[in-house]
Design a protein around this ligand. Structure first.
Ligand code: IPM
Ligand code: MN
Length: 354
């Protein structure tokens, strides 16, 4: 029986709506071609709604969203809203409440894409970062003491639970096995300084790996060294697993070596629940409404969504469409593509339509 999927769409702020429109165009083309159906339900969460109503997420949001097969998100972030409010109140709130404990971020350089690394090509840059997505420094644990005085203390704690670490590591091991590329999983940490948090990570990595994944080679790299190798020898990596904060940082570096924010997508995954897919660049206020933003990252998010929904062939075809479009674009950067946002969306959609 053909699949039928309920997708919640949160276009969000800035260029979010523009890129989401192109992603949905491609999703529709894939549905037509591969014979599944998609029903879309829009949600207006974002900066404008917050400025209008003072509310980030309405109380009903989480229960409603739990009823969908997937969530498609554009971007969250508004120049008129103080940093942190929308990020915490919407993006992180959704990740946490929906227990999307994995942030999956592929780093893949496509042919014909300008790479800032000298002498590196598509055969060298193809790895995936599995970022823990619900714990670590992102928990919001900590506080101030004597705020605003000369004796002020600010504490921000990283929370790492055995359960949270282990489920993330297991996902990464399974993913490495399924990917079947080099069967190598690298734990990225900082065991030489963060001797509590990464002791737990390292021990769990070894225990789980030895017991249940003897076929997967285990490697370890400190986060600073990981940054170095990502630039110097990105071909060494197959799958990297790391905590929330390090994962945030190294995936921006990853996005740059794969051609920039115009192409980088991620999935906030709850393997047992509802997952949310997004381009990882921000809301890009300065490009808003001009039709010059690159929609390929948002289209790549659709590819990841289809893959997670089990529409593997459709996902592969969307990726082919992206590769096709990349070959036509002058640059992946906003305003320099040589095409408008919707022309790029059409290019991929037509390719997917066959
Ligand atoms: C990301 C973003 C978010 C994060 C921000 C907007 C809260 O940078 O998705 O990587 O830090 O996770
Ligand atoms: Mn980030």
């Amino acid at each position: 029986m053909a699949g039928s999927y309920k997708v919640a769409v949160i276009p969000g702020d800035g260029t979010g709506p523009e890129v989401v429109a192109e992603g949905l165009k491609v999703l529709e083309a894939a549905a037509q071609r591969f014979g599944f159906t998609v029903s879309q339900t829009p949600y207006d969460f974002g900066g404008d709604r917050y400025l209008r109503t003072g509310e980030t997420l309405p109380p009903s949001a989480i229960t409603e969203l739990q009823g969908f097969d997937a969530i498609y998100l554009g971007a969250i972030g508004h120049p008129d809203v103080r940093p942190g409010i929308l990020e915490k109140g919407i993006l992180l709130a959704l990740r946490f409440a929906l227990d999307q404990y994995i942030n999956l971020r592929p780093v893949k350089l496509y042919p014909n894409v300008d790479c800032p690394l000298k002498d590196k090509g598509p055969e060298d840059i193809d790895f995936v970062v599995v970022r823990e997505n619900t714990e670590g420094l992102y928990c919001g644990a900590g506080g101030f003491l004597k705020k605003g005085t000369a004796d002020e203390v600010a504490i921000q704690e990283s929370i790492n639970t055995r359960k949270g670490v282990e489920r993330c590591l297991r996902y990464a091991f399974d993913y490495t096995r399924r990917r079947a590329k080099r069967n190598t999983l690298t734990l990225c940490g900082k065991t030489n300084v963060l001797t509590f948090a990464f002791d737990l990570w390292e021990r769990t990595f070894r225990e789980v790996g030895e017991r249940d994944y003897p076929d997967i080679r285990r490697e370890y790299a400190h986060v600073d060294a990981t940054c170095m190798w990502m630039v110097k020898n990105p071909e060494w990596f197959d799958v990297i697993v790391t905590d929330n904060m390090f994962g945030d940082i190294i995936t921006d570096l990853g996005a740059m070596i794969q051609g920039g924010m115009g192409i980088a997508a991620g999935g906030n995954i709850n393997p047992e629940g509802v997952s949310m897919f997004e381009p990882i660049g921000g809301s890009a206020p300065k490009y808003t409404g001009q039709g010059v933003i690159n929609p390929l990252a948002a289209i790549a998010a659709v590819q990841m969504m289809l893959d997670t929904l089990g529409e593997r062939e459709a996902a592969r075809t969307v990726e082919e469409g992206i590769v096709h479009a990349v070959g036509q674009l002058k640059s992946l950067s906003a305003g320099k593509m040589g095409f408008s946002t919707s022309e790029v969306g059409d290019m991929v959609a037509q390719h997917v339509a066959g």
